[in-house]
Design a protein. Structure first.
Length: 298
């Protein structure tokens, strides 16, 4: 699992491109668009060049080009044509493909070039919602299917974190303009998926509020310390994998007993909230199904 991939199975190509393995085989056999290697047992394997070519072919195909026409293009013409036809509609998909290639090649320059091109046309907020969120969702699926290694995931998420932090620093340097509540953002014990929480911190600061960012794996006892310093606290807990499905309700009850004894409120977001018992939801506890929903509620 920890080996870094540079050679891919046809199933990996399906996961990365969205094109079914059966279709890839047909394209390969009928049109010679890819040149796989073969193992001793005659199993197809593909290198990074094949992956890059398939991602470009996929964009052209989605844009209306027939595979029979694409197959007649030269190796140099395919990426040129991709650049020529990129429109607002396809730019998002092209950017996601470019970020995937940057991840697979551990190519920081490609990541930054792709990001900077997006930023010349969109706001950071638009880039996050339109490109980074779909990319992060895909990363989860790619990791689950062993298409990427932890090294790939850590590489790309670190670069995204850099961009969130850069934009957060800009709004963080400004004095808060709203003082009716203070937001404390944290991940519960053993939870380390921080990207969503980091972006929420940026959004809340942009709305003029003061935030206290505690980050990953924060024990409940540590949350009490904030009460000595601030009133009207809104705790934001982002739970992706921890507490688990069987533990999440006990965790919410613990927070009710230990933290929600005054005017404090709790906002819950993340994959695990779908397992929270509706009976635990009250005026003090609110759940959100997405980052966008929470931001609109602020």
């Amino acid at each position: 699992m920890n080996n870094i991939k540079s050679v891919f199975s046809i199933k990996d190509l399906e996961n990365l491109s969205g094109i079914k393995a059966h279709t890839i085989r047909i394209w390969e056999k009928r049109y010679n668009v890819l040149e796989p290697m073969r193992t001793e047992t005659n199993i197809r394997m593909y290198d990074l060049e094949n992956l890059q070519k398939l991602l470009n072919i996929t964009l052209l195909h989605n844009h209306g080009y027939k595979i029979s026409k694409i197959s007649k293009l030269s190796e140099d013409r395919i990426p040129q044509l991709v650049n020529e036809i990129i429109s607002e509609k396809s730019a998002k998909h092209h950017a996601i493909s470019s970020f995937k290639l940057a991840m697979m090649n551990f190519d920081q320059a490609l990541f930054f070039n792709t990001y900077n091109k997006l930023l010349s046309e969109k706001s950071f907020r638009d880039v996050f919602y339109e490109v980074f969120i779909p990319l992060i969702q895909e990363l989860g699926l790619l990791w689950q299917t062993n298409t990427i290694s932890p090294a790939h995931e850590h590489f790309i998420t670190y670069l995204i974190k850099q961009k969130i932090l850069t934009n957060t620093e800009v709004v963080q340097s400004q004095e808060p303009t709203r003082d009716d509540k203070v937001f404390v953002l944290y991940l519960p014990d053993n939870e380390v998926h921080e990207l969503g929480l980091m972006y929420l911190n940026y959004e809340i600061l942009s709305h003029g509020y003061k935030t206290i960012y505690l980050g990953e794996s924060v024990p409940t006892e540590s949350l009490k310390d904030l009460k000595k310093h601030f009133d009207n606290i809104v705790y934001i807990c982002y739970t992706t994998v921890e507490p688990t499905k069987s533990e999440i309700n006990a965790y919410v009850k613990e927070l009710q007993t230990e933290i929600m004894v005054d005017s404090s409120r709790l906002w819950l977001i993340g994959r695990m909230i779908e397992h929270v018992d509706s009976k635990l939801i009250s005026e003090k506890i609110t759940t959100f199904n997405s980052i966008k929903e929470l931001v609109e509620f602020i």
